[in-house]
Design a protein. Sequence first.
Lengths: 197, 201
Amino acid sequence: MREMIKMVVVLTLLCTFSGGLLAAIRGGTKEKIEYQQLKFVKGPAIKAILEGASNDPIVDRFKIKDGKIERSFFVGVFDGKASAVALESFGKGFSGDIGLMVAVNLEDDNIIGVGVTTHSETPGVGSRAKTDPGFAAQFKGLSIKDTFKVKTDGGQVDAVSGATVTSRGVTVAATEAGKIYKKLKPQIAEKLKEFAK
Amino acid sequence: MAKTIVQEFTKGLWNEIPPFRLVLGLCPVLAVTKTVENGIGMGLATTFVLVCSNILVSSLRQVIPPKVRIACFIIIIATFVTVVELVMQAFTYPLFLKLGIFIPLIVVNCIVLGRAEAFASKNSIISSLADGLGMGIGFTLALGALGAVRELFGTGALTFWEKPIQIFGPSFQPFTFMIEAPGAFVCLGLMLCVMNMVGSK
């Protein structure tokens, strides 16, 4: 009997100690991990579309609650003014969701650039939506308030050849980004003032 | 049979070097040694877990009831593995991405549990520390060596901190078989063979 109790007590104490230690370490590394994940997973796309920004968009980020979802925004400082913001949206591709980072200039609501972040498209076919710079460049300078469509659907964007479904997914994601942007623009503008230097 | 601390430490480096002499912990040995960097990173993570769990198991050896000792060892080991996982995510994220699932799998690495059961639960804290450190460094060296051979012949270059150093000239045709999974088995077998030939003399 005594042995039984001892086993239970020792195991319980060990687990408690272990739980406490892990909770403390998790708490201590949480922000750092979030930053690392952003830097290595979404970082390359964000850096590419906010090219020439004088700040680090991954450090200067903020979140806005949109209904139940919390969305992240990345700030781009150009010529000393925090005038651009990048946000991520999703569209359905050939296989699974395509994540698209869209950077918008707040002054004229035009797109500065777009970049695919995550996707699970066919390598070499749909994946070119991410690697082909010419495809993403088509969005540059268009108004974010437009509805984007590929040319086969009567829109303004040339699809990546052989990957119409993927390209359609990207246009849906871009349109979606526009909707989020329109809805949250007052809050975004408010938040950006904090980053103005 | 009392060994000195130095002997406890050095036995892990040659006489009982884990993957080659004890032939334990082969899963990470085969899986992550595509490059030197991966091998050494994996080795260091394992070393940390090994040292910490050896110290803790040894200091608790009077308290842990024999009937639930394995459960206790696993809790201790799993705790330190999770610590390593979190710290790697926070500070060396690219390496963490490359090692992936093999970091959490240190929990079931035979060496760690083996040392806790066979050594730390029967010896003092200081010699357990020496044993853990020796075994860990031995493991790191083995992984590094295997990684170096595979990367060198598989790509013709060795990569440190994302900077490839070309060892062979441009006319070298990469022996890509070496960085595939079967290459790991062949390479490990050859290294075991060499170690046994040297050791038997």
